[in-house]
Design a protein around this ligand. Sequence first.
Ligand SMILES: *Cc1c(COP(=O)(O)O)cnc(C)c1O
Length: 501
Amino acid sequence: MNRDAFAAGERLVSPAYVRQGCEARRSHEHLVRQLLEKGKCPEDGWDESTLELFLHELAVMDSNNFLGNCGVGEREGRVASALVARRHYRLIHGIGRSGDISAVQPKAAGSSLLNKITNSLVLDILKLAGVPTVANCFVVPMATGMSLTLCFLTLRHKRPKAKYIIWPRIDQKSCFKSMITAGFEPVVIENVLEGDELRTDLQAVEARIRELGPDSVLCVHSTTSCFAPRVPDKLEELAVICANYGIPHVVNNAYGVQSSKCMHLIQQGARVGRIDAFVQSLDKNFMVPVGGAIIAGFNDAFIQEISKMYPGRASASPSLDVLITLLTLGSNGYKKLLKERKEMFLYLSSQLKKLAEACSERLLHTPHNPISLAMTLKMLDARHDKAVTQLGSMLFTRQVSGARVVSLGFVQTVSGHIFRGFMSHSNDYPCAYLNAAAAIGMKTQDVDLFIKRLDKCLKTVRKEQSKESDVPAVDNDGKTGNVDIEETTLKLDNVLLDTSS
Ligand SMILES: *Cc1c(COP(=O)(O)O)cnc(C)c1O
């Protein structure tokens, strides 16, 4: 309501009361104005009523919500279901214009404003999370893998002779496919084992660049957040190599925003060398549904170039989700989540260490990985390779999600490339292990339940195995082997289901 409306209201309700109501409204509006003026995440989170007021104000600025609108185009923001309209706060036009995802859409001033303000807020959060000199960023309605592809496709125009992407190995299919889909040939750089950690082989990276010739290399594609025992790439050194050879550098920072260490690596890399873009998942870092990513960088013009590569308009949903989330949390709320995550990492680490030691295993020493942990499964591994996989399925059955059991020697072909020891980021990691991660939003209760269930599963598997090893199974080839493993799996699963509390 505006001033005239309030004045009219004063004829119906006591002016003193109306004035007070008007003041109350003004305090909501004050927050909105500050947001638009500063373009920064408010320190304190907003109330739902302020948020809804803001979103409705944005929506009525879009042409599909004009009272007198008559649309005669092929895209007029018509929506058949009222439920769908409400699910999107009646923001139906999406973001971007045919040639640029960051461009303003004339039919949709509200959605355009939403897009700009979201990107501005997200930039503010990236700075706060540890990359203070980031110059520009934008939200794309695609997950991390496709967003990396978009970066590679943008670089293609700048480096017409390039065919290869130098890629320190990380066993996550979407990373590999992001390069294949963009039409490039990944040059896999195997990691080196330092203690328990798998780390970047800088010499191999440089040797391959020389061998192929810098011009034929599109970029170096490095990774921060990853499953232990791999640790974040040596970004500073890679960034220096890239600067020396004039090769672009794209960083996969999938879930690295939640870790000050990953963010610091990016900041340092950009300071001492070259980082052209870094890409992070919205869902993994901001607790929103899957479907969006942030592409960010230190050169405003290059980030704009990437946003201009996006053909057509795009969904506004990931932007809307992260906007609502950041306004709800405020920067203080987000900082609190980051702090809690760090504490949870220490807690998970200590609990997993205790459990590992109690069953003659070991928590792998991976101090450079700030999010993911790994515990050896040597005892299982020595007796039965399949038992390791079986543990994975048992945990799954017991509703432990996200724990990842890695056995040795798994060969996997991804887009024609054969990976030995797939999942372990290495051709021959010394032992099988189990991963668990302390990601944003994790609670003490998650850790406690996980440890309890893992303990139970490990004990059950061991008991079964010691029974078996009394009478070694012999298969047709005369080798001791895993002939009864399927049966055992079923038996174990039944036991577990029966005893679940
Ligand atoms: C999650 C993840 C990806 C893939 O992300 P999508 O959002 O599913 O495309 C790539 N790399 C790493 C390291 C990841 O953790």
